[in-house]
Design a protein around this ligand. Structure first.
Ligand SMILES: [Zn+2]
Ligand SMILES: [Zn+2]
Length: 438
């Protein structure tokens, strides 16, 4: 039994060292695919270790493959310290290079099959190029169908003429309490009758803002607001939040359209009613904001809906506060600057809709699976349509925007309820969306 013993300190050159920086394993992988049809585990014919495929004409492990290449390239002459008949095993294969090499040759490993470093590199580049040419990113047929369905549903429920907006109650920007004043009234929750705003202070505030296009509205008579009227729920009194009636109509309309959109989608309809409600409660605010973002002008910071234009002050005058509006404004700029096309917007909205982790969702895995499919479709779509760094950066940026939206959702709910407390003009549908799941 000559082989298992090893003299102390006799271990030969280590396999881990002296490895060529170039490795032809990648090259061989391609050939290997053709040879290894069955999944049966194969053993190295040199040492009995787990084989990784055919290397230089024999089934061997990675270790023996590397050893053979180095042995053939190197100038070293090996010598057996024993009887030239060592039995090579996985554990002792490093102990006698001479016998290991003999074994390699005896099982038919061929020096001729070792490629030069240059040849390996050349070959590798060829393969890389071939792979890239063979697998251009394309949307699958199923992904194409899904995208078409979503686009159709979106176009049915998002009117780009915004003609319905003319049916909303007029937006009253002339006789506005100042935003800071609104915040104060919310914060203190005690609204005093003496407090009033003169037309002068209103005008001073107005001069600072870029309101371009106002809705036609009738009366501009009173310049004084008696806030106690609003607190007392006096319908005859002047409201605190002058744009609230219009913003309520606008929000209700947008929410209704988002609901209509969801209801057109087969995977949504297939869910239980309870889950449909949970998903909508979770996503509606986000989806409405994404739809508005499609109308956002990043140069003026205004939302252009047909002949109407909105600025963030319109939301302030409806009673919303900076704690929501500041991050929201930032979000609109960030998202708009990604310059998404319609398909990307629609996929993004639908990914938000199918969020399995919304409160109350029970068919978690069904929703999760659909969301994953949508994410993959968006990622692939971007890769097919975009070029340059955008190709790989846009998708993560969109996902970051979706995450950002979620942090505002809760604040929106809080503020809608606060507004309703002061001026109960929030629509039942808006309240339904922000109500907690029972
Ligand atoms: Zn081996
Ligand atoms: Zn030996």
């Amino acid at each position: 039994m000559p082989s298992s013993e090893c003299l102390p300190g006799f271990s030969m050159s280590r396999e881990s060292e002296a490895r060529s920086p170039l490795d032809d394993s990648e090259v061989e992988e391609v050939f290997r695919e053709d040879l290894d049809e069955d999944d049966e585990p194969k053993l190295c014919q040199v040492c009995g270790d787990k084989a990784t495929g055919y290397h230089f004409n024999a089934m061997t492990c990675e270790g023996c493959k590397g050893f053979f290449r180095r042995a053939m390239k190197g100038p070293a002459k090996f010598r057996c310290p024993f009887q030239n008949n060592c039995i090579i095993t996985k554990s002792n294969r490093r102990q006698c290079q001479f016998c290991r090499l003999q074994k390699c040759l005896s099982i038919g490993m061929l020096k001729e099959l070792i490629m030069s470093d240059e040849a390996v590199e050349k070959r590798r580049m060829l393969i890389r190029r071939k792979r890239m040419a063979e697998e251009p990113v394309v949307l699958s047929e199923q992904q194409e169908v899904v995208i078409q369905e979503l686009l159709e549903a979106h176009r049915k429920t998002f009117d780009l003429t915004f003609s319905d907006f003319n049916q909303f109650r007029p937006i009253d920007r002339d006789q506005n309490p100042i935003s800071e004043y609104i915040q104060e009234s919310i914060n203190s929750q005690s609204v005093r009758a003496e407090r009033s705003i003169t037309s002068q202070s209103v005008r001073a505030e107005r001069s600072r803002e870029p309101v371009v296009n106002l809705l036609p509205h009738g009366s501009c008579s009173s310049s004084v607001y008696h806030l106690e009227d609003a607190e007392n729920g006096d319908k005859e009194g002047k409201a605190v939040f002058t744009t609230l009636p219009h913003i309520t109509d606008l929000s209700t309309y947008m929410i209704q359209n988002v609901i209509n959109y969801a209801k057109v989608l087969n995977p949504f309809r297939a869910l239980t009613i309870d889950d449909q409600i949970s998903l909508l409660k979770g996503a509606t605010f986000e989806m409405v904001q994404m739809r508005f973002n499609m109308t956002f002008n990043e140069n003026t910071g205004m939302w252009e809906c047909g002949s109407l234009r909105y600025c963030m002050d319109d939301a302030k005058r409806a009673g919303f506060q900076p704690h929501l509006l500041d991050p929201l404004m930032k979000f609109h700029f960030t998202l708009r600057r990604l310059h998404l096309d319609e398909t990307e917007y629609v996929l993004m909205q639908t990914i938000s809709l199918f969020s399995p982790d919304r409160p109350g969702v029970t068919q978690h895995s069904v929703v999760d699976k659909y969301q994953e499919m949508l994410s993959l479709a968006l990622k692939t779509y971007i890769e097919t349509k975009r070029s340059g760094p955008e190709k790989y950066l846009l998708f993560p940026k969109i996902i970051a925007c979706l995450t950002e939206m979620r942090t505002m959702n809760e604040e929106y709910t809080k503020q809608v309820l606060q507004i309703q407390d002061i001026q109960p003009e929030v629509s039942p549908l808006m309240l339904e969306i922000v109500s907690k799941n029972s």
